[in-house]
Design a protein around this ligand. Structure first.
Ligand code: IK2
Length: 442
């Protein structure tokens, strides 16, 4: 009797595998077509599955500075308000400290309540910018290599990405530098059409580490002004520049403030990527449209994390330009790690491109004599195959660089992989051990 009852219940209860009727109408919205692959999802999982030494995704494996950790703890223990909603467009202490700090850097009086939007990481600032400003059929110029989310975000907004690659020029120097990767001014000019709505730049660039020089930014600015085009400037690594490279904000160039959206990240600024506090700074007439997207998507970001980032900026405002400033200390620490990694990569036959900024290093693996193709899928790009082989056979995770290119240009840039060096020395040493053992034939 009990068995009959169980069978009857199973027949009545809809199976999880039953296809809902709605599917016959087409379940998937058009905007999700062709944007389902994500390099971080795929390679972070692989790195975890194979318990690798992880120089893949860009996050520090050390703690944020003590002053922001303390600020976060204080916020959490700071009474009920820190655990509740704050102002939707940014916690007042944070928008005020961002405005105060960046007014000095941009050389423009920034209004904390009109010109700043706090977002869930730089990701949501980018998403809000594309959703608020790009219409069906608008063209958006994207400089390659580019942080991979620009392309799907432009497409989901109905826009058409138009790509232009940075190309390496022969500088005659034995050491390749990210500064040798340049835009052709004529080629860039040819990409502007009456349908161009915006250009996206990223300085310091992920993955190359290129820090755009003032003249390069001026050339882009002149085209933006000539064609009345917006500039979305992703500057999440702005404090991380090395040697003589200097970060210049395109928003600070004449005529650019009112057409530039500058995007930043508290996670990258204070080595706390899990906090997911980001921002967009622009003229209020642009920010107001981004606020509309923000209030109708996430509405709000975590209060205590915003409070901690605000305290971090207050502290940095006081310490600005001094040796106590974290914005001086972090690049000084990272520049040693960068040099160490570059000489290790060169010693095993990889050809590193020395980054002028950021915390990634790209290296050419094409002269290595290893048979990584035996164990990997034929239909994948060479760099994807090489990275998978490195993960599975050698226990070292990196990222394939063709993921930062459009389908049109990907084939030309399949011989590079990206290493992240914002890691403890012990992690970098473990990675170097793997590379050395491998090059010794072990
Ligand atoms: N813009 C750029 C250029 C970024 O690099 C990132 C974060 N990237 O990290 C992943 C990696 O490259 O390994 C973002 C935006 C997003 O920043 P946030 O974490 O603040 O959303």
């Amino acid at each position: 009797m009990r068995i009959i009852k169980q069978v009857a219940t199973a027949l009545i209860r809809p199976s999880l595998k039953t296809v809902p009727r709605i599917m016959s109408r087409g379940l998937q919205a058009n905007r999700t077509h062709g944007v389902d692959k994500n390099v971080w999802v795929e390679f972070s999982q692989l790195a975890a599955d194979y318990k690798t030494v992880n120089l893949g995704q860009g996050f520090p494996d050390f703690s944020p500075p003590k002053f922001v950790q303390d600020a976060f703890c204080k916020a959490i223990c700071g009474g009920p308000a820190m655990h509740q909603y704050t102002r939707a467009f940014g916690h007042p202490p944070l928008v005020k400290s961002l405005a105060k700090f960046f007014s000095r850097v941009v050389g423009h009086d920034i209004d904390p309540f009109e010109d700043v939007l706090v977002t869930v990481g730089a990701y949501q600032a980018l998403f809000s910018a594309f959703q608020a400003l790009i219409e069906d059929g608008d063209e958006v110029i994207i400089i390659e290599p580019f942080f991979d989310c620009y392309q799907p975000m432009v497409k989901m907004a109905g826009g058409e990405p138009v790509y232009i690659p940075l190309r390496p020029k022969d500088s005659g120097s034995a050491v390749l530098s990210s500064g040798d990767w340049v835009l052709s001014p004529e080629e860039l000019a040819s990409k502007f059409t009456p349908r161009t709505k915006a250009i996206v730049i990223n300085t310091p660039n992920n993955p190359l580490g290129k820090v755009y020089k003032r003249e390069e930014l001026q050339m882009i600015a002149d085209l933006c002004i000539k064609h009345n085009v917006l500039c979305i400037s992703d500057e999440v690594y702005e404090w991380l520049t090395y040697d003589t490279a200097k970060h210049v904000k395109i928003a600070s160039l004449p005529g650019m403030w009112e057409r530039t959206i500058t995007i930043g990240s508290g996670g990258k600024t204070f080595s706390a990527t899990g906090w997911k506090v980001g921002w967009a700074i622009s003229s209020g007439h642009i920010i107001k449209h981004m606020k509309t997207i923000h209030q109708n998507t996430v509405y709000h970001c975590a209060t205590a994390a915003q409070e901690a980032v605000a305290q971090g900026f207050e502290r940095e405002h006081e310490a600005f330009g001094s040796p106590e400033s974290y914005f001086q200390q972090l690049p000084a620490t990272l520049s040693h790690k960068r040099d160490k990694l570059a000489s290790c990569l060169a010693s095993v036959g990889l050809k590193p491109i020395m980054p002028e900024g950021g915390y990634f290093m790209t290296a050419d693996f094409s002269s290595l004599k290893v048979d990584y193709k035996k164990t990997t899928a034929e239909d994948e790009a060479d760099d994807f195959r090489f990275v998978k082989w490195l993960i599975k056979e050698k226990g070292l995770a990196t990222i394939p660089v063709s993921a930062f290119y459009s389908p049109e240009h990907r084939k030309d840039f399949e011989k590079y992989i990206r290493f992240c060096f914002v890691k403890e020395d012990s992690t970098l040493d473990a990675a170097m051990d793997i590379l050395k053992k491998w090059s010794d034939g072990e």
